[in-house]
Write a protein that binds this ligand. Sequence first.
Ligand SMILES: [Zn+2]
Length: 245
Amino acid sequence: MPVPRHRLVIPALCLAALVALGCVAAPQTPSGQPQRPAGTPATPAAERPDTDLDGTDTVEEFQADLEDARALAEEYWKTEFEASGLTFQPVAELIPYERDGEVGCGGQPLTRNNAAYCSAGDFIAYDVRWAFSAFRQIGDAFIFYLLGHEYAHAIQRRLRIQQQFTIEQELQADCMAGAYLGDLVKAKRLRLADGDLEELALGLEAVGDEPGQPWFAEGAHGTAKQRTRAFSNGYSRSLEPCNLS
Ligand SMILES: [Zn+2]
């Protein structure tokens, strides 16, 4: 499926007001310009011994990274659940969309420039043009963060975790995304290349709330600093700081 190059636009409000949704909120790059020139080798992410990574930031690599991120999330959470004596059920579907309202969640339309987990259908949906733009502008590591964050909302749902405030739910998901990535790197299931940690930092900077967003607002996800701290805690210390129990 050809996805044209598309610059990131003004971040849309995240759909966190919808009870059934958890979302990542749209990133914007600080300059609005690509962070790396087209054709610069992207970093290989997951170990895929049967696949020859071509090292480019193509649509094919974008889709391969998404599939890797999903497969590794399933592997990671299955292991964690089984270690706790729980049965793990993978997220049912990963659904790309291109237009406002093309995909709905519990009767609410999903909007462009976003990604969300929908508990009503147990799927993760993402604006494919937006996600591909972020992939090209921020880097492939952002796709692993994005998938890791949305997958974390599915895990929260499975564990019946419902925090009082949206921001708590979101920062916990960032912590869990950090644990997922950090633990996979430590287990050598995921290999970070030069620049990937910088890409993650840039991605977290981009998805921080705008200044002035009240922390208690339904759409609040946390400032860039709060989100970075939550992710870093999980990345370096696994799930312990995420307070899942
Ligand atoms: Zn979220």
